[in-house]
Every structure is written in C-alpha cells, then in structure tokens.
Design a protein around this ligand. Structure first.
Ligand code: 1HN
Length: 218
C-alpha cells in the first residue's frame, strides 16, 4: 500500500532533513497502518518560518457582481435557499468558503415583501447595507430599520431575521461572518427559531437611538 508520502526536508541547521531510505520508508508505512506518522517528515510544513496565507489576492467589484446578485431573485426563493447570497469565493480558500483568511463575505439580496426566517448560530455577523429602501433586521427582539450605508452587528448566538417592507425596493447588503474561523474551531451551532420569527420587544430603532449618536460620525 505505497501511498503518496510526504517528506518536507530543509537543508538548514535546526530543521528536519532526513533522507528517505528503504528502511525508513517501510517504517513510515508501518506507522501509517497505525494512523501515525514521523513528525520529521512534516515538521517543516506545519511549522513554517513565518505565517503562510492560503488566500490569493482577489478584487471583487460591486459593479461586476451586482447584476448577478439581482439575477438570483429570479432563480431562487428565500424559502428554498434559506437566504439569497452570492458569496465571495477565494480560490485559495474555497474549501472553507472564505473571502480571505478565516472570514466569509457575501452579497445578499431581498425583494420588497420578503422575510427570512429567524435563526441563530455561533458565528458573528456584520452587515453593510449597500442599496435599497425598506430593509430591516431584528436582533434579539430589537428591530432596526436599515438604509444604504447603514451598518449592523449580529453578535454570536443572537436571534436574527431580515426582511424588506412591501413598500420598499430590492435591497442588497454585504454580509461578513467569522464562520470559517468558528468552523475551524469546530464550534459552530445553528438553530432555527421555533416560531420562525421573533416578537419585537422594544421600540423600533431603540438601538440606533440609544447608541447611534454623541461623537459617532459616519
Ligand atoms: C447568515 O445567517 C446570514 O443571517 C447571511 O443573513 C449569511 C452565511 C453563512 C452562515 C450564516 C444572515 C450567512 C449566514
């Protein structure tokens, strides 16, 4: 069962540099049968000299993606898709659906009259509203109306749901979540709200009125 073997040798004092011999290769095979391995074959790989990024540089332009985001409105419903989002898929990070590093990013669109079901998860989210009118989000019972250039936080484990009033226009916002990071920690939970929507327990926009003033400039 000669499988692809790794041996990351470096000819530098203090680094692993063990040549393959028939005896060692047989030894590595024996370790592999026990689901084990010799550290010196991978030490230089798992201990890079400096941080190594798998992400590659990518520029996503809103003007290139906007039409595709709007197209999704014709293709899928929020009921079926859960949420309509075009996510930013870094070619070096597609295995974890990250835009870069451990951060997820996507462009979400909702049409007037649509609502998305309430849920919560271990990951935290930030949202920038890019365009549209009539959007709102409810975070742990606080309803916030959202317009272009607004920014809203959904801390980890808070119930959240979004919608656009029937009198509004198609709304697009950018979602950012630490979901790849939380998944890497194997710490993600996802829960659908038992009633699929939350009761609003405070005056609308109480968060903005409480915190969105006195020295905080756009
Ligand atoms: C999520 O809950 C939202 O609530 C958006 O709008 C994007 C991407 C991955 C996981 C959860 C939302 C998400 C997400």
């Amino acid at each position: 069962m000669a499988q692809e073997r790794e041996n990351h040798r470096e000819d530098v004092v203090g680094r692993a540099n063990v040549e393959d011999t028939p005896e060692l290769l047989a030894y590595y095979d024996e370790l592999a049968r026990h689901k084990a391995g010799a550290l010196w074959t991978v030490a230089n790989k798992i201990e890079p000299w400096e941080p190594k990024s798998q992400s590659v540089p990518v520029v996503w332009r809103y003007r290139d993606l906007r039409a595709h985001v709007l197209r999704s409105v014709e293709l899928v419903t929020p009921e079926k898709a859960g949420r309509r989002v075009v996510y930013l898929n870094n070619p070096g990070r597609s295995d974890v659906a990250a835009a870069v590093g451990w951060i997820y990013g996507g462009l979400q669109v909702m049409n007037p009259g649509e609502v998305a079901s309430a849920h919560r998860h271990s990951a935290s989210a930030i949202r920038f509203i890019i365009e549209g009118s009539g959007a709102y989000t409810v975070v742990d019972g606080h309803k916030m109306t959202l317009g272009a250039n607004d920014f809203v936080l959904t801390p980890n484990d808070t119930w959240h749901e979004h919608g656009v009033e029937a009198t509004g226009s198609p709304c697009i916002w950018q979602d950012g979540l630490d979901i790849p990071f939380v998944n890497a920690m194997e710490a993600n939970f996802y829960e659908v709200h038992p009633d699929l929507s939350q009761a609003v327990g405070y005056a609308v926009d109480d968060m903005t009125k409480t915190w969105g003033n006195a020295g905080l400039r756009p």
